[in-house]
Design a protein. Structure first.
Length: 120
């Protein structure tokens, strides 16, 4: 028989292709230049407004949580993780942060649409 060895699994980026700010820049104006971080777009440090800063911080938080989750999955799959319960915890944190970001986006768009319908 040939020598058998285990190759580590490559982490899956389940948010690949998700554009965290699609359409938001059209409504809110330009936040700044964008840099990609693991499939979720991460905003640079210089935001132009408080409103943009809130969404920028949320997008950066989701990107950091995604990186942590992917790292935890990789460490678990290669047997380097001492506490396997940290993977579902990181997954739950990522899911909660993503849900919050989506809800905030929906509320911002709802507020924008209600402002558009106000007649002067």
């Amino acid at each position: 028989m040939s020598d058998m060895f285990i190759t580590p699994m490559t982490p899956v980026n389940f948010m690949q292709g998700v554009n965290g700010t699609a359409g938001v820049s059209d409504v809110l104006g330009t936040f700044g230049t964008f840099g990609t971080l693991g499939g979720v777009e991460k905003l640079d440090e210089e935001e132009t407004s408080l409103f943009g800063s809130i969404f920028g911080d949320m997008i950066n938080s989701v990107a950091e949580l995604e990186d942590n989750y992917m790292k935890q999955q990789y460490l678990l799959s290669t047997g380097q993780l001492d506490d396997p319960h940290s993977v579902p915890i990181a997954g739950s944190e990522l899911q909660l942060a993503t849900d919050l970001l989506v809800q905030m986006r929906n509320k911002a768009l709802e507020a924008y649409n209600s402002l558009i319908t106000i007649s002067m």
